[in-house]
Design a protein around this ligand. Structure first.
Ligand code: AVJ
Length: 316
């Protein structure tokens, strides 16, 4: 099929996703200005254990993590998908206290997030060297100096949003930008009691529902669509064997929606879903296999007191 000409990747992805069956929208589009703020609210929710678990690990293990770097010379701390860098500040505080010589390089697709973060860090830490990059992860990594050692952070279980194939491709691509002995620190959400996982994506204040529905608001605003948010409901599920938490938006009645920005009209049956996110959960065997298949050596796996989350240190 010949696709019409699109002005942006967003337009193209929305068009393709809403013409598919089942319908889907890519989760990376959650993060517009409003979505960034709602995600910050999610990270404060008691049900969303991921943030507090990872915070606990980084706080307890920061000295060990940096001991693997053996930094005798200036190094680069690269933060992929830095957002507001709330958890990274634990590491920054530690490095500054240790008088480490490093450059902090937050990378985020959102130029808004990178600008806000850079100025906030400069306010907070007078002479921290910060180079914010609002680019795709790989082009950012490829643009960096090869002279200095790198520690690449991929925190928060962002890796969980990739499909299986995307996960391996991503890890191999990162590998190709690293030098021998450079490090990667990845956050994995661990498989656990399904009720605990489901609750993290189904909080009782409805923040996650708002986060999910914001995607339709974004399409209304940016593509002139007429999604009626009252006729969609947040629909989270957890598939234990697959280790996949999924979010969808379910249509509460049969309805038509117009999306003039991409010249598209869609129909939804009552009960039909639009898939919006997969958040993959791991165990240590799967983490080990991922590292092997993408060429890394695992130096350490750290977990929190509840064993909900893991931060894994990998070496090229
Ligand atoms: C930012 C991808 C780690 O999948 O847990 C939170 C996003 N979605 N609540 C996750 C999210 C719904 C989050 N990540």
């Amino acid at each position: 099929m010949d696709l019409p000409k699109f002005e942006s990747e967003f337009e193209k992805d929305v068009f393709i996703g809403l013409r598919s069956y089942p319908k889907y929208l890519k989760s990376k589009y959650f993060y517009d200005r409003a979505g960034d703020l709602i995600f910050q609210e999610i990270m404060e929710l008691p049900e969303y254990y991921l943030t507090s678990s990872e915070h606990e690990i980084l706080n307890n293990m920061k000295a060990q993590i940096f001991s693997y770097l053996k930094p005798d010379a200036p190094f680069q701390l690269i933060d992929l998908g830095a957002g507001d860098a709330k958890k990274t500040r634990v590491l920054l505080d530690y490095l500054i206290q240790q008088k480490s010589n490093f450059t902090y390089i937050p990378v985020d697709i959102s130029a808004n997030a990178v600008n806000q973060l850079t100025s906030s860090l400069q306010r907070q830490y007078g002479n921290l060297q910060v180079v914010g990059l609002s680019q795709e992860y790989l082009s950012a990594l490829r643009s960096l100096s090869q002279e200095q050692k790198k520690l690449v952070l991929f925190l928060g279980s962002s890796i969980g949003n990739f499909t299986r194939n995307e996960t391996l491709d991503f890890l191999k691509d990162i590998f190709s930008t690293l030098n021998v002995d450079d490090l990667l620190l990845i956050g994995f959400d661990l498989k656990k009691d399904p009720n605990t996982i489901l609750a993290a994506y189904n909080d009782n204040k409805g923040v996650t529902a708002r986060f999910n529905l914001n995607l339709l608001k974004r399409i209304n605003r940016e593509l002139g669509a007429n999604f009626d948010l009252d006729y969609f409901e947040h629909y989270p599920s957890y598939h234990e064997e697959k280790g996949e938490a999924r979010s969808a938006l379910v249509s509460l009645r049969a309805q038509g929606v117009e999306i003039p920005g991409i010249n598209l009209t869609i129909r939804l049956e009552k009960g039909e879903k639009i898939d919006t996110e997969v958040s993959r959960k791991y165990n240590f065997i799967e983490i080990q296999r991922l590292a092997e298949q993408s060429g890394y050596e695992i130096l350490a796996n750290f977990t929190d007191s509840r064993k909900y989350f893991a931060n894994s240190v990998w070496r090229r």
